[in-house]
Design a protein around this ligand. Structure first.
Ligand code: GDP
Length: 698
């Protein structure tokens, strides 16, 4: 198809002659009698002549000019050649112009990992220039190399291009692993807004966790005003000083741990309830260790202050023994005396939560598609599968299509904890939803997606992976090893029969030290192995070491098996230490060591090229191998050691006139070398091989 020149001239409001002139100026071959041009060229010319480059960011306009100028120059030369070739070029120019225009008009969307070539194509930047710029920044990349978003950003900044991260739908692997981090990434801090803190309540049984949660909920003005029926949905939100706080309504660290074990990270602050009359108890210590391992700040609520036997100072001293120094004693842990029953100190506690939240700078982007975590879920007789979701980021809307773990759905009902119907819910808000195809599990990730089709597909993939995983049924240690491989920390939950043996083991383990890998006892206690120990090991990706102790119930073995957690029994400390050393050694990366092969004397330099050197040598000892590396040795240094002046690679090895792979002592040979080419006659080549060697923990 072709376009009439007269029509195009009209469109551009210029005369046909000046249009022809401009076309020629742009380097396109046009016969003086031509009346039409092909559509592609017309489009390009129109684009060229109407493009308002000035509106583009300055640097981008610069790139544009330069690129077009280069292309024009080449075009002029080419246009004298065959027309076919010329046409092809025009297409290329067009493509690049379109790209540069895209860059000029706004941000370029880039997904997380992209090759240099794709990046060049998307931004319209010259790939060679990009590689040069990467090199300047110390990154050696070829055109097919993948670069991450941060590197792209670096390049974009250098070239004045605006980037936007393309938000990907979580992969089936992300869903399986409960890995939410990828989904929460936000490159532009300016889109983030403050979000309410999500708080959980932990502590020893009967210290008043449930009472505290009830009292806080009842005291809430918002709930009171609405007069609504509160419904236990696993989480609720209260308001204090105009700010909201979200409470996870399942007290105890079991819920916290099982969710963490599934990879979910929902809690921002942990309230540790300690009864003022009883003080720190075993589950208090467990809770402290859970929160510490998860890196969640702790606020201690010293409860039951109404009791005459309450002694807050005694209670304050006890958590201090476990690393929680009260603020008023110079530490950094806030301890608030309260009475959940008498409803005193609650305001102080809420204020402290707000203060801690403020220090944590909790933020999320409300203006994006939502990502959330399942707090709890069940099958409702009339509503079908229902779930309580905590919105991590974004805003969820009624009728949104969602993927949740290995299921999917369309939100047909959305309510808050007061049973109020909602149309939308933003970050940190707990919501009760219905409309899912199946009941998800707590800790599952929810993500809003564009269509039901995507949701269905992804859920299918996750399902398939889950089945495969069940078949594979990896051993518990497999889990431990994969967690360790990424974190390089071996985490142990240690249980022993007596305090003496516990201390002895702790001391022995402390002696195992290595610069590359670490050992961390996340919890150590006297007594039998409990389900909670197993869950803690699972949550942290570690294992349970049981020394001369048994399981406190038959459920422990079942929980361990179901969750793939390894519980190892030891009767001798030595066995435990040996096991730990073995596991840690497996984690250390292999070292490359040099194995000397032989020495050769450089007798003659035959030829010096830009990147290559051809020399004549005599093998003094050992042997030389094709493709081996060699140090170039020139005499001895002050310490009497080889004075190494360079590194070379033997690219070819010749004996008389035959290529050989190996040559032994006493032989003359020819070598073609690359590398540091400052080799002189009389130098020696210390030829060596490189071998991987596994280091062991001492
Ligand atoms: P949980 O097991 O930690 O959830 O503890 P609960 O909230 O069930 O409380 C255990 C018992 O302690 C109940 O009988 C409560 O009434 C009581 N309790 C909780 N808080 C207080 C308090 O502040 N003062 C007094 N005197 N009793 C309390």
């Amino acid at each position: 198809m072709s376009t009439k020149l007269a029509d195009l001239a009209d469109k551009l409001a210029i005369s046909v002659d000046s249009l022809k002139e401009k076309i020629n100026e742009l380097g396109f071959e046009l016969s003086p009698r031509a009346r039409t041009i092909d559509d592609e060229t017309a489009e390009l010319i129109e684009m060229e002549l109407t493009e308002d480059v000035d509106e583009a960011p300055k640097d981008v306009a610069g790139i544009y000019d330069e690129m077009i100028a280069e292309e024009r120059e080449r075009e002029i030369v080419k246009s004298q050649r065959k027309q076919v070739a010329g046409k092809k070029k025009i297409k290329n120019v067009k493509k690049e112009v379109v790209q540069v225009r895209a860059v000029a008009s706004g941000a370029v969307e880039i997904s997380d990992n992209i090759t240099v070539k794709e990046f060049a194509e998307k931004t319209g930047l010259n790939a060679a220039k990009l590689i040069g710029e990467l090199m300047k920044n110390g990154i050696l990349a070829n055109i097919n190399q993948e670069i991450d978003f941060d590197t792209c950003q670096l390049l974009a900044d250098d070239f004045g291009v605006k980037l936007k991260r393309k938000r990907s739908v979580a992969t089936a692997e992300d869903f399986m692993a409960g890995d939410i981090s990828n989904l929460l990434k936000e490159d532009d801090d300016t889109v983030l807004e403050e979000r309410p803190a999500v708080v959980c309540v932990m502590g020893h049984v009967d210290h008043g966790k449930t009472q505290l949660l009830d009292t806080i909920r009842e005291a809430d003005v918002v709930a009171g005003e609405s007069g609504g029926i509160t419904q236990h949905i696993g989480a609720y939100q209260v308001e204090k000083k105009g700010k909201k706080i979200t409470f996870l309504d399942t007290p105890g660290h079991e819920a916290f741990t099982s969710m963490r074990a599934r990879g979910a990270k929902v809690t921002d602050i942990a309230i540790l309830v300690v009864a003022a009359d009883e003080g720190v108890k075993p589950q208090t210590i467990e809770a402290i260790n859970h929160a510490k391992d998860a890196g969640v700040p702790i606020i201690v609520a010293i409860n039951k202050m109404d009791k005459p036997e309450a002694s807050p100072d005694k209670v304050k001293a006890e958590p201090a023994e476990h690393g929680l120094q009260p603020e008023d004693w110079g530490g950094d842990v806030v301890m608030v005396p309260v009475s959940a029953l008498a409803k005193t100190g609650i305001d102080d506690l809420l204020e402290m939560i707000l203060l801690t939240a403020e220090m944590q700078n909790l933020k999320a982007n409300p203006n994006r598609e939502a990502v959330g975590t399942v707090i709890e879920a069940h099958l409702d007789q009339s509503l079908g599968p229902v779930a309580t979701i905590l919105v991590n980021t974004g805003t969820i809307n009624i009728t949104d299509n969602v993927i949740v773990g290995n299921t999917y759905g369309r939100i047909k009902l959305m309510r808050d904890h007061n049973s109020n119907d909602l149309k939308t819910a933003g970050p940190s808000r707990p919501i009760f939803i219905a409309g899912l195809a199946k009941t998800p599990m707590s800790g599952d990730i929810l993500q809003v997606v564009k269509s039901e089709k995507i949701a269905k597909e992804r859920a299918g993939e996750v399902n398939l992976m889950a089945k495969e995983e069940m078949h594979a049924a990896a051993s518990g240690m497999g889990n431990v090893l994969s967690t360790m491989a990424s974190e390089k920390i071996l985490k142990i939950v240690l249980k022993a029969d007596t305090k003496g043996s516990l201390e002895a083991i702790k001391q022995s383990l402390a002696k195992i030290k290595d610069e590359e890998v670490a050992l961390k006892i996340i919890h150590a206690a006297v007594g039998s192995v409990t389900e909670s120990d197993v869950m803690m090991a699972m949550a942290s990706g570690g294992f349970v070491a049981a020394f001369h102790t048994d399981y406190d119930s038959p459920n422990v073995a079942k929980t361990a098996m179901r969750n793939n957690v390894e519980v190892r029994d030891y009767k001798v400390i030595y066995d435990l230490l040996e096991d730990v050393t073995k596991i840690l050694s497996g984690l250390i990366s292999a070292e490359m060591v040099e194995v000397p092969l032989g020495r050769a004397e450089v007798r003659q330099i035959f030829l010096t090229k830009k990147k290559e050197l051809i020399i004549g040598c005599k093998i003094l000892s050992g042997k030389a191998l094709l493709k081996a590396r060699a140090h170039v040795v020139r005499g001895k240094n002050e310490e009497g050691e080889d004075n190494i002046v360079g590194e070379v690679i033997i690219n070819s090895l010749r004996k008389v006139d035959k290529e050989v792979k190996e040559i032994g002592s006493g032989n003359d040979c020819g070598m073609r070398l690359s590398g540091d080419l400052d080799v002189q006659e009389g130098d020696e080549l210390a030829v060596y091989a490189e071998e991987e060697k596994q280091r062991k923990i001492a």
